[in-house]
Write a protein that binds this ligand. Structure first.
Ligand code: MN
Length: 277
């Protein structure tokens, strides 16, 4: 793990005393359009000072009410995808096996695969809530099986597609949309989803491009027609009672937003996800 220049606001407990661990997985090696999410973990930490540790939506103060450790970033060589994914998996596995939860800041969406693999080892009946603009259900992308465009397909092979619940998707191929319709994964009524999964461990994967590019321009594959921030807050509020065992926030690419707002918005999303854990 890399040395930490700044921790995420309020996440300053030692690892041994922590219940939740935040860490960065700055991998963006398969980004198909604009790379740059490797810079997200540190950019988000740096600006997190601009937000409060208290969430008025959850009535939770992540510093006072939780014991959160910021463990820094997983280090790996960029030229070797398998090695990078295996280092990310190792970190997640270690945290889960120490009976802690994690929030991982990507990185691109492919990092969710080694994260889910680690969590699934411990929680056999794991279900996935997937927030994204993109289906990410291609079987391959230009012949490549391991890509940010195929990540949910690979995840579905781990957990079963019937255990994936997708929201906000507005981009994909006809095959991907047919698959989502056939498996009934997309935009189901949240109350009916909750009744199905309320007794199961849940992993939340949040691709920030679910938000409209007007409020989240700092992302690798922006897709117009997205959610507002209030809508995602309402969604997060609606799943607050679930047993969310770990989560990731991926695809923030800070340098495409010269205003810096995307990093601040990303930090606020991370706080709200921490408050869910
Ligand atoms: Mn996406």
């Amino acid at each position: 793990m890399s040395n930490l220049k700044y921790n995420f606001i309020g996440c300053d407990k030692p690892y041994e005393e922590s219940d939740i661990v935040i860490f960065g997985a700055p991998y963006d090696g398969t980004a198909s359009f604009r790379a740059g999410s490797r810079f997200a973990p540190d950019a988000v930490r740096l600006v997190s000072d601009a937000i409060e540790t208290y969430s008025p939506y959850a009535d939770v103060d992540i510093e006072e009410d939780f014991n959160i450790c910021d463990a820094g970033n997983v280090e790996f060589s960029f030229g070797n995808r398998e090695l990078a994914l295996s280092e990310i998996n190792k970190k997640a596995y270690e945290i889960i096996n120490d009976d802690k939860k994690f929030l991982c800041i990507g990185g691109e969406h492919l990092v969710s695969l080694p994260l889910v693999q680690a969590v699934k080892e411990k929680y056999e009946d794991l279900v996935i809530i997937h927030l994204d603009a993109h289906a990410d259900l291609r079987d391959d992308y230009l012949g490549e099986k391991l890509s940010h465009a195929t990540v949910m397909r690979r995840v579905s092979e781990l957990v079963g597609i019937e255990n994936i619940f997708q929201f906000g998707i507005r981009s994909g191929t006809r095959d991907e949309f047919n698959l989502m319709r056939d498996a009934n994964t997309l935009d189901r009524e949240i109350s009916s989803v909750i009744s199905v999964i309320e007794n199961k461990p849940v992993y939340l994967t949040l691709d920030v491009d679910i938000l409209d590019p007007s409020i989240m321009p700092g992302t690798g594959t922006p897709e117009a027609g997205g959610w507002t921030f209030v809508r995602i807050l309402n969604f997060i509020n609606s799943i607050r009672g679930l047993n969310i065992v770990s989560a990731d926030v991926v695809e923030i690419a800070p340098d495409y937003d010269l205003s810096g707002n995307s990093s601040v918005t990303g930090a606020k999303l991370c706080r709200e996800v921490l408050a869910l854990l």
